[in-house]
Design a binder for this molecule. Structure first.
Ligand SMILES: [Zn+2]
Length: 284
């Protein structure tokens, strides 16, 4: 079924979004923020309908957030009424439960726009995978984002071997297999994102939708300091279905043109030796 993939490869997604020329970081405080994305309600004809459009919308929303454009869009009675009887979210986000990482804020989204599944360490266990399956199969979200973040406490705990009790140990056990050998926390966070993507792709429902071209899965990393969300290269469906969680990305490089100072990228997202990568979707 690989023939269905090239129409919407992750690399293709970045080629599209890289051309949107988002504002560079750090922003100039004297510059006005970029336009806030229009409401992505079902009644809005400009609402994202494809993974490409959804990703572009998310990047625009994050650019608004980074530039200090304001919090989540104001929500009034009309907004509640618009989604009171049905929901048509354009994206599913599996993110960490960390209080500093609310997807609706990071992407400047409002009611009914994101189907958000949050759990410490953004882990894909049967419960969270079931939620993601529901959104993909019944709400037809075209894009799934697994969102890891800088200084993740769950990944930090998973890098240790101390027992934290049966429940936390069960959660950390979903992270540890993906981060073996990671040289530092930032690399482990990136590896965990790739590992949870691989776990999602073990779902027959999600893998089939992805192979049919109806669904795109992508990893992302949130920088607590800058507010930026970087979208990461991911594996094509066939590699994910048969490979180990920590295998490298199909593009062979990070989505970032270079890792930020003082940070490192994981074995799964480290840029090639030349330091040159194919795109810089966040304007680095
Ligand atoms: Zn976290």
């Amino acid at each position: 079924m690989r023939s269905s993939w090239p129409a919407l490869t992750t690399l293709g997604l970045f080629a599209v979004v890289a051309s949107t020329a988002l504002a560079a970081y750090p922003p100039d405080p004297s510059d006005p923020p970029p336009p806030r994305p229009p409401p992505a309600t079902a009644a809005n004809a400009s609402a994202p309908r494809s993974a490409n459009e959804a990703l572009r919308w998310l990047m625009g929303g994050n650019a608004w957030f980074v530039r200090g454009g304001g919090p989540v869009r104001p929500i009034g009675p009309d907004d509640r009424a618009a989604v009171a009887t049905a929901q048509h979210p354009f994206c599913t986000v599996l993110s960490c439960a960390d209080s500093r990482v609310p997807p609706e804020h990071l992407f400047s989204a409002g009611l009914g726009e994101l189907f958000t599944v949050r759990v410490a360490g953004n882990v894909a266990d049967p419960v969270t995978v079931g939620s993601v399956e529901y959104a993909a199969e019944h709400l037809h979200t075209p894009l799934i984002v697994v969102l890891g973040h800088e200084r993740c406490g769950a990944v930090t705990a998973a890098m240790g071997s101390e027992s934290l009790g049966p429940n936390l140990d069960a959660l950390l056990g979903l992270i540890r297999p993906s981060i073996q050998g990671a040289p530092d926390l930032d690399a482990a966070v990136h590896d965990n994102v790739q590992g949870q993507l691989a776990a999602l792709r073990k779902s027959t429902i999600l893998r089939t939708l992805e192979e049919e071209g109806a669904l795109t899965l992508v990893g992302a990393y949130y920088d607590l300091d800058s507010g930026e969300v970087d979208f990461l290269p991911s594996e094509p469906p066939q590699a994910a279905a048969s490979g180990a969680p920590r295998s490298g990305p199909s593009s062979g490089g990070s989505a970032k043109s270079s890792p930020p100072a003082g940070k490192s990228t994981s074995s799964a997202a480290r840029p090639p030796a030349s330091g040159k990568t194919e795109h810089a979707p966040q304007g680095h």
